[in-house]
Design a protein. Sequence first.
Length: 243
Amino acid sequence: MQKVFLAFIIALAGCAGGIKYDDMTILTPTEPDLYAVATIQKTSSSSAPVHIYIEGDGRAFNNRGRATYNPTPHSYFMRDMAAADTSPNVAYVARPCQFVMDDKCSASDWTDGRFSKQMVDSMAYAIKTIAQNRPVVLIGYSGGAMISGLIIQNHHDIDVKQWITIAGVLNHADWTDFFGDAPLKRSLNLNTLPHISQIHYVAENDKIVPPQLSYKWTAGNNVITIPDAGHSSIPVIKLEFKD
């Protein structure tokens, strides 16, 4: 049984742009181990790449550092980014258990298991369903960067033309170690970055994903710094898409 957070979805209505916030679709896989995923889609071309905006970790923890009961993001940032994209094919893809929660969801799915094989495979299913064999550009914010990288690494049947990250976690073992946090024991990790066209946007004043970590992971390659921005205060920016 799935529980959809209707009040939150209704609150998204009314924003003009590339996608319409009130057109949320729940993609439910047939495989019993995979999770339903909430998406907002606008596709009008049968051949153009699909720009897929992958949500971050959402509200995984409360102000006391304890796991929440509902990881649905309060920030509109990635939805705003997708809404500003005027490309013919655009999709916003939430993470499992955001906006829609079924009986499989537990706090582990948005804490230590947020990058588990089940989470990655569930997201890959949603992306394949949206793409319909078209090429894709994966745009991941925060923990969504890790999810997108793991999809590239583990799902070669998805034709990813470009990888874009925004304030992205690219190695969660380094990240948790940097802050002295518990390791994400149930999660897959990116030990090396995929060898595809990529751009990494780094927030200059990011305290959640510090720039020094971003530069370590990327060796300073393909990095664009967003000036005067923190992790949760990044403005809607114009991304550099590969032709």
